[in-house]
Design a protein around this ligand. Structure first.
Ligand SMILES: CC(C)(COP(=O)(O)OP(=O)(O)OC[C@H]1O[C@@H](n2cnc3c(N)ncnc32)[C@H](O)[C@@H]1OP(=O)(O)O)[C@@H](O)C(=O)NCCC(=O)NCCS
Length: 172
């Protein structure tokens, strides 16, 4: 099982660290940016207090979930997380993936996801699952390139989402 220990998760360019309360405004701005928001299942603008309470719940609840802030050269550039662990920690979902609009197309998303996959594998996760909007070509290209394959598709509020999975034993 994963623990929330402080360990360096870095490839020399991008580092992942656990989110903190002081990241709340930045995380909110990234997630609520229309270019991000419309890529998720929930496309609504949620009140900041609701967002802050999600962070508070994460930080104060014992669970194997991990919610990371990605930094490049010490600057925050994005976020992503692991959650919904099953099969005694061998399978989990990942998501909440956003790179700051001004930091996109610089390779940070690819680096952050590779670090997350490698972190998950060394923490005992064998299979990582996610869902992606079928029209999100940038994310789909990246996920497929890193070893995710489609396992299903479903409709949510009239939009099509693809279920994807990576076998970490095979692709890391
Ligand atoms: C998806 C996202 C996280 C990718 O982050 P990023 O840092 O911009 O991605 P990278 O720079 O690492 O690029 C990854 C790949 O996508 C390609 N790419 C990135 N932006 C692109 C664009 N606007 N158009 C076409 N290709 C693009 C890159 O060329 C790269 O492919 P390559 O390595 O084969 O050349 C980012 O676009 C984002 O935050 N989008 C909004 C939120 C979102 O869609 N989250 C995912 C929900 S499932």
């Amino acid at each position: 099982m994963l623990t929330r220990d402080a360990q360096a998760i870095s490839d020399g360019v991008v580092s992942l660290r656990e989110i903190s309360r002081s990241d709340a405004e930045l995380l909110y701005a990234w997630r609520m940016d229309p270019g991000s928001r419309m890529m998720f299942r929930c496309t609504e603008v949620v009140p900041f207090d609701f967002h802050r309470s999600m962070i508070e719940q994460y930080l104060t609840t014992a669970s194997p979930d991990r919610w990371f802030l990605a930094e490049a050269d010490g600057r925050p550039v994005g976020t992503l997380s692991l959650y919904n662990f099953t099969e005694r920690g061998r399978v989990c979902e990942w998501g909440r993936f956003v790179i700051a609009p001004e930091a996109r197309c610089l390779g940070y998303g690819r680096r952050a996801l590779k670090l997350l996959m490698s972190y998950a594998r060394t923490s005992g996760v064998h299979r990582l699952k996610c869902e992606v909007l079928a029209t999100n070509t940038v994310a789909l290209h990246l996920y497929r390139d890193l070893g995710f394959t489609q396992t299903g598709r479903h409709e949510h509020d009239g939009r099509c989402f693809l279920a994807m999975m990576a076998d970490l034993d095979a692709c890391i």
